[in-house]
Write a protein that binds this ligand. Structure first.
Ligand code: FAD
Length: 388
């Protein structure tokens, strides 16, 4: 700490979801010590990243393609348990096993230019002055609500996926779900079991994809999002370019008419929604399953945004400021992408530290064991794996 109470260290990781924990794991493996070489800050109350806030009916069995964090498998989880509990417990065990010492709840309000080539990270527990920042703040904190004429006149309830409580609350009601993504279809299929009626409204015709989700297909989808980020455009979600998986549940819902889609309405009325061609739908609820945007407002003082609205990044490194790395952003906004981005960001940060004289005490560049000395991973969830 210097005399002004600002804590100097090498790296601040903002966010302890999949991406932040992966980065923290790799920082530890290259020899940086938590609270000395790096610190992980998260404003959520508990371990689990955004998963801790997901609705109880999103059970672990319904989560597709959740990749384990590097170095510790998630095994033996009950598929009927809420994913918020399963993944919360897994992340907690992970943080404990690798001794990552996440500081929470700590709000990061701004990252700005410091002195001597350092950044200043302003937080609810004081100011840090790192040489590099790994930003892993996800999207959950920035739900996207589109605006439509008349929205404020609606007498019913409007809510977003981020506040979705599960389907039971909608018993006997007429519910409009807006949005053609995975969340929208999941909400509809659940709510249709309880509601008096449901309506699905999407901007474009939803595309359902038959057949298995191959690695090749996944790579192509990631490449499309990557290209947008490279051009400085706001990233689209990886899921938005993969199409909707055609599962047995989706097939059944389509047969029952639950996934019959209406085009986007033109306005919202006090009692529902209306189209210019005279059609109206009356409803008590509008559920906006319209996605999320990157939660990067705290980076605004660094002026990283391009005219296109996005932050241009090469791999994970922000083009306008090579001290800032974005993980879980754009092409790495999936559990597997977040894992890889964490590792790539640490490699890049270690190069930067070597150039700027940081990384004191760290074996810069080579990964060492990781894990708390003398500690075994928790039996239910942990089995060390190689790589990551
Ligand atoms: C409903 C839903 C289901 C999904 N299912 C899947 C799936 O099955 N498979 C898959 O691969 N992906 C899935 N995803 C995508 C998934 O969110 C990502 O794969 C991954 O979990 C995101 O990890 P992350 O670390 O980037 O973000 P998060 O898990 O959102 O973590 C970000 C962390 O940053 C913290 N934070 C944010 N802002 C600040 C701040 N200013 N100061 C301090 N802390 C801050 C938050 O508290 C949070 O803990 C799903 C997404 C949604 C919305």
């Amino acid at each position: 700490m210097n005399i002004s109470g600002v804590r100097e260290l090498d790296v601040v990781v903002i966010g302890a979801g999949q991406a932040g924990l992966s980065a923290a794991h790799h920082l530890r493996r290259v020899g940086l010590e938590p609270d000395v070489g790096f610190v992980v800050l998260d404003h959520a109350p508990r371990p689990g990243g955004a998963w801790q806030f997901r609705w109880p009916s999103l059970t672990y069995g319904k989560v597709h393609g959740m990749h384990a964090l590097p170095g510790m498998e998630l095994t033996g989880a009950d598929p009927d348990r809420p994913s918020s509990e399963v993944i919360g417990a897994y992340f907690a065990a992970y943080e404990e096993h690798f001794d990552l010492r996440v500081h929470r709840p700590v709000e990061v309000s701004a990252v700005r230019e410091g002195s001597g080539g350092r950044l200043l990270v302003e937080t609810s527990e004081g100011t840090y002055a790192p040489r590099a920042v790994i930003n892993a703040t996800g999207t959950w904190d920035r739900p996207f609500w589109p605006r439509y004429p008349g929205q404020e006149t609606f007498r019913g309830r409007q809510l977003h996926t981020a506040d979705y409580p599960g389907p039971e609350e909608f018993a006997g009601q007429r519910v409009i779900v807006v949005g053609g993504g995975a969340s929208g279809t999941q909400h509809l299929m659940e709510i249709a079991e309880h509601a008096a009626d449901t309506f699905w409204v999407t901007r474009s015709e939803p595309v359902f994809r038959e057949g298995p989700f191959t690695e090749e297909w996944g790579r192509a989808a990631v490449a499309m999002v990557e290209e947008r980020v490279r051009r400085g455009l706001p990233p689209r979600s990886v899921v938005s370019v993969t199409g909707l998986p055609m599962t047995d549940a989706v097939r059944r819902a389509r047969e029952r008419g639950v996934l019959d889609r209406l085009p986007m309405f033109d306005r919202i009325t006090p009692d529902g929604v209306a189209w210019d061609d005279g059609r109206v739908v009356e409803a008590e609820v509008i559920l906006w399953a319209t996605g999320f945007r990157p939660a990067v407002d705290h980076l605004a003082p660094l002026k990283l945004r391009e005219p296109g609205g996005g932050i241009r990044a090469e791999d994970t490194r922000a083009v306008r400021d090579g001290r800032v790395h974005l993980v879980g952003y754009g092409p790495s906004a999936s559990t597997i992408g977040a894992n890889r981005a964490g590792r790539a960001a640490v490699r890049s940060v270690m190069r930067l530290l070597r150039e700027t004289g940081g990384g004191t005490g760290a074996e810069t560049g080579t990964e060492t064991g990781g894990g708390r000395p003398g500690r075994e991973a928790g039996a239910a969830v942990a089995a060390p794996v190689s790589g990551g």
